[in-house]
Design a protein around this ligand. Structure first.
Ligand SMILES: Cc1cc2nc3c(=O)[nH]c(=O)nc-3n(C[C@H](O)[C@H](O)[C@H](O)COP(=O)(O)OP(=O)(O)OC[C@H]3O[C@@H](n4cnc5c(N)ncnc54)[C@H](O)[C@@H]3O)c2cc1C
Length: 371
């Protein structure tokens, strides 16, 4: 059904954004889209979030049945101080009851160079684990309640037209929505694959940044073992260094759990060997790798596995923008186009930092403040 479901009536161009837009369409319900909705709600601005899949959270997805703690299939660590959680929620927040845990210098660290496992101490680490919680649970508790009603699921945006007084977004089913402004938060891969058409076309510098930024492939797995045989964290050599990351780590670290859950994280070039394989094939592959690194200790202790192929997710298409991306390119990705089209999310920031949940959320917060 094609229709124009405006969220309000038409304004004169002069009045547009003299104060703030009266309504906003947010594309994507991940960390950035949810934060944007939350901040818009606080400011009394009408909004609708169009989400392509049937769930909110995007790359914060977690599983609650594999272990006795939430298993983060995407974002896992807090790569910032816990204060950032308060900045996402803002002043009006109820008191946060999220617990995090850091690593100890003496925790075990391993480095596998392809033939030898070197063991040492982990040393200083600033990343934090959520304790029996996750990025998803944080959003679910503090952000989602004020935006849930405004999310339309299974509504992938296919066209965005900002050439008229009111912006229009059309979804795959042909349904059309209009608002004063549109905020795009979809993973960069979606724009690289031209899944959304823009009228007028995006400016050349923006298109060039979209096409030249490297969006890493991504894969995660969690394996349960009868006993632990691994250090807290093990890095596997990736060549060249900046082409990705491949690690095995104690995923139950800091959790109130007696289960032995080993996480596997592979992004960039390192993820490629795992993509598109069947569960049986990927299990064999990982166990073979672990047996090689840890002298055959993995296979006899193996119980079960859960895997997440991010590159194969139809509305995500990978992990995140590479760590070594040019900050100028990221800044270009985050720049608004005209007065009605805005970008925020993991790949669309001010160029100071990118890739993490808090970067995506703070970018969305910044855009709403600018609006
Ligand atoms: C393997 C992996 C490990 C990670 N580890 C960490 C970590 O430890 N710590 C950390 O901070 N971050 C981590 N990240 C990054 C973090 O997950 C992301 O930065 C963050 O979740 C991105 O949020 P976002 O809102 O920008 O995008 P997303 O979460 O991708 O949300 C975008 C949403 O847009 C939807 N969408 C796509 N196309 C359309 C369309 N056409 N119309 C409507 N909706 C659409 C998608 O379905 C999705 O829900 C990791 C990511 C991966 C994949």
């Amino acid at each position: 059904m094609a229709g124009l479901l405006g969220l309000g009536t038409v304004t004169s161009p002069k009045a547009l954004f003299a104060s703030s837009p009266r309504d906003v369409l947010v594309i994507g319900a991940g960390a950035a889209g949810l934060t944007a909705g939350y901040r818009l709600a606080q400011r009394g601005i009408k909004f609708r979030i169009l989400e392509a899949s049937s769930a909110y959270g995007g790359r914060m997805k977690r599983d609650v049945s594999f272990a006795d703690f939430p298993v983060p299939l995407g974002a896992e660590w807090l790569h910032a101080t816990p204060r950032v959680l308060n900045s996402i929620v803002g002043k009006r927040a109820k008191k946060l009851s999220i617990q995090t845990k850091g690593y100890k210098r003496d925790d075990g660290y391993g480095f596998w160079d392809g033939s030898v496992l070197t063991r040492e101490k982990l040393g200083a680490q600033s990343d934090l684990k959520f304790v029996n919680s996750s990025w998803f649970d944080f959003f679910d508790a503090y952000i989602v309640p004020s935006v849930k009603r405004n999310i339309s699921f299974q509504a992938p945006a296919t066209a965005i037209d900002t050439s008229q007084e009111r912006a229009t977004v059309t979804t795959r089913s042909g349904e059309a929505y209009s608002a004063d402004a549109v905020l795009v938060t979809v993973p960069l891969k979606m724009l690289q694959e031209r899944r959304i058409s823009f009228t007028p076309p995006l400016p050349k510098p923006k298109l060039s940044a979209i096409d030249r930024a490297v969006f890493w492939e991504g894969f995660k797995a969690f394996l349960e073992f009868e006993e632990p045989f691994y250090p807290t964290y093990t890095d596997v050599k990736v060549t060249p260094d900046e082409a990705g990351q491949h690690s095995f780590y104690d995923a139950a670290y800091g959790q109130n759990s007696r289960r032995n859950i080993l996480g596997m994280f592979a992004v960039g070039r390192a993820a490629r060997p795992y993509l598109g394989l069947s569960k049986a094939a990927v299990t064999r592959h990982i166990l073979r790798e672990l047996d090689e690194i840890f002298d055959g200790q993995a296979t006899p202790r193996f119980r079960k596995i859960i895997t997440q192929d991010w590159s194969g997710e139809p509305f995500i298409g990978g992990a995140y923008v590479q760590d070594h991306e040019s900050w100028k390119r990221v800044r270009e990705l985050g720049r608004p186009v005209g007065e009605r089209l805005f970008f925020a999310g993991e790949a669309y920031t001010d160029g100071e930092d990118w890739g993490a949940v808090h970067d995506a959320a703070l970018a969305a917060k910044r855009v709403v403040d600018q609006l």
